[in-house]
Design a protein around this ligand. Structure first.
Ligand code: E4P
Length: 224
């Protein structure tokens, strides 16, 4: 199971990488637009701070030829561990097929159905990214759909992984992981939410009170 950061904000990415066990960063045109920055310097800076991790960059073209052209340019310009995100359309399928034959890793993104997911896996996508909140909003159980994708990939396309995206609450993440997804991509703020517990803070208060009753203000390092 891998965690990815869903952001293009360099400061937030750096802060999550410093503390959390993440495998990389996912971006898309919406996330990048939020930064209101020049595209190339921004994405290069994100590449620098994700050195050694996987960086996902999405094409903006909507036809296969231009998707392929953009994917090759992104791949060549940024270097390192790059995965090109391609929307799960008919044109996208054509691009995924060709790019995977060239050894360029792809993620089929904005996936809404099991059938879209299977076709993209058959075309050679390394990841398939269902948008769980959006699927839930359609009245479909997103964890069940993502679980079916994961199960069918294991049986038929073992090289493709489910990268679940678009979470709003922690419960959605639990359900998706229990359903068998291989990876989740989360907004930076979500990482803090997942690790925080008032009960843990209370325990730390008790540890401190009990310890200082015997050892005063000294800490472990003062004795060793
Ligand atoms: C995934 O890569 C997407 O960026 C993302 O999770 C979309 O989610 P949202 O637009 O619903 O936040």
């Amino acid at each position: 199971m891998k965690y990815f950061i869903d952001s293009a904000n360099v400061e937030k990415i750096k802060a999550v990488i410093e503390y959390f066990p993440v495998a990389g960063v996912t971006t898309n045109p919406t996330i990048i637009s939020r930064e209101k920055a020049e595209f190339l310097p921004l994405i290069k800076e994100i590449r620098d701070v994700t050195n050694g991790l996987t960086l996902f960059v999405q094409v903006t073209a909507e036809d296969a030829e231009n998707m392929i052209d953009e994917a090759r340019r992104i791949f060549k310009t940024l270097g390192g561990d790059i995965c090109i995100k391609i929307p799960a359309t008919k044109e996208g399928l054509k691009a995924i097929k060709l790019l995977s034959s060239e050894g360029i890793s792809t993620t089929a993104t904005a996936v809404y159905s099991v059938q879209q997911a299977l076709l993209c896996a058959a075309a050679g996508a390394e990841y398939v990214a269902p948008y769980l909140s959006h699927i839930d909003n359609m009245g479909i159980d997103s964890a069940e759909a993502a679980g079916q994708m994961a199960q069918l990939f294991k049986e038929h396309f073992p090289k493709t992984h489910v990268l679940a995206a678009s979470f709003r609450v922690a419960e959605q993440i639990n359900r998706a992981i229990l359903a068998g997804v291989d990876a989740v991509t989360l907004a930076p703020e979500m990482f803090d939410t997942l690790i925080s517990s008032k009960m843990t803070e209370n325990e730390i208060d008790s540890f401190r009170k009990n310890w200082s009753g015997v050892y005063g203000e000294k800490n472990v390092k003062d004795f060793i």
